[in-house]
Design a protein around this ligand. Structure first.
Ligand code: ATP
Ligand code: MG
Length: 227
């Protein structure tokens, strides 16, 4: 059968070498995510959730196996790409939301959301930033700096920023880990509904069962011990 998933992860492995110790963080892992569908990644601290997301972002090199992301202009194969190619892929086609928001403190909410579009010289996409922030309940906070925003508001800005380029893949690493229950639920709603509406594949690492069970499928990683 032909694989038409947006994201295909085929038998990937990643080992860290720490002095004499080796940790097989990801061992022979395979999964697929269709366009517009979501996968939650759960597991205890140290089980490799962030490592997996960093492999999907092209920030780390695979030891074996391959990742294929199907873009509009054809499939991108991670193993065949050099670092420049993976950086370009990440800048243009992948959104990333972190636990600690990572907004630029010297830029307003609106400027933070516009930044990826500006760096990619996409004024057409930059124009949709005010509407996106409005949709996320931040229409009256466009010109505020991050320090004036609550944690939940900052994370909504970070989600808007990750969506501005209409990425093929959105990675979220414990995006609600720093929020109270109400804000966590609101941010999770925005992530899941935006990705579904815009046909974006979402991979979300989370410690929250409530967030994990909202995804179309779940991947559980086990605790790792050095060998
Ligand atoms: N650069 C590195 N060098 C060596 N070992 C590393 C490196 N980065 C991570 N590790 C180890 O790999 C394992 C997986 O780490 P990772 O950060 O992916 O886990 P995690 O599931 O995201 O944990 P958490 O829930 O605490 O965020 C851990 O044992 C960690 O110590
Ligand atoms: Mg982590």
């Amino acid at each position: 059968m032909t694989d038409t998933s947006a994201l295909s992860v085929e038998n990937i492995s990643k080992r860290y070498q720490d002095g004499n110790r080796q940790i097989d963080v990801i061992r022979d892992l395979s999964f697929r995510v269709a366009a517009g569908e979501s996968l939650s990644v759960t597991g205890p601290s140290g089980s490799g959730k962030s490592t997996l997301l960093n492999l999907l972002a092209g920030l780390l090199e695979l030891d074996s196996g391959d990742i294929i992301l199907r873009l509009n202009d054809g499939p991108f194969t991670y193993r065949h790409a050099d670092e420049r190619g993976r950086t370009r892929l990440r800048r243009q086609h992948i959104g990333y939301v972190y636990q600690f928001f990572n907004l630029v403190p010297t830029l307003t909410a609106l400027e933070n959301v516009c930044l990826p579009a500006r760096l990619n010289r996409r004024p057409d996409l930059e124009q949709r930033a005010p509407a996106l922030l409005e949709e996320f309940g931040l229409g009256d906070r466009l010109h505020d700096y991050p320090e004036l925003l609550s944690g939940g508001e900052q994370q909504r800005v970070a989600v808007a920023r990750s969506l501005i380029l209409k990425p093929t893949l959105l990675l979220a690493d414990e995006p609600t880990g720093n929020l109270d229950a109400d804000n966590s639920s609101h941010v999770a709603d925005l992530l899941f509904s935006s990705c579904r509406d815009e046909n974006i594949s979402l991979v979300i690492a989370t410690h929250s069962n409530e967030v994990a069970t909202r995804a179309d499928s779940t991947l559980h990683l086990d605790r790792k011990s050095p060998c």
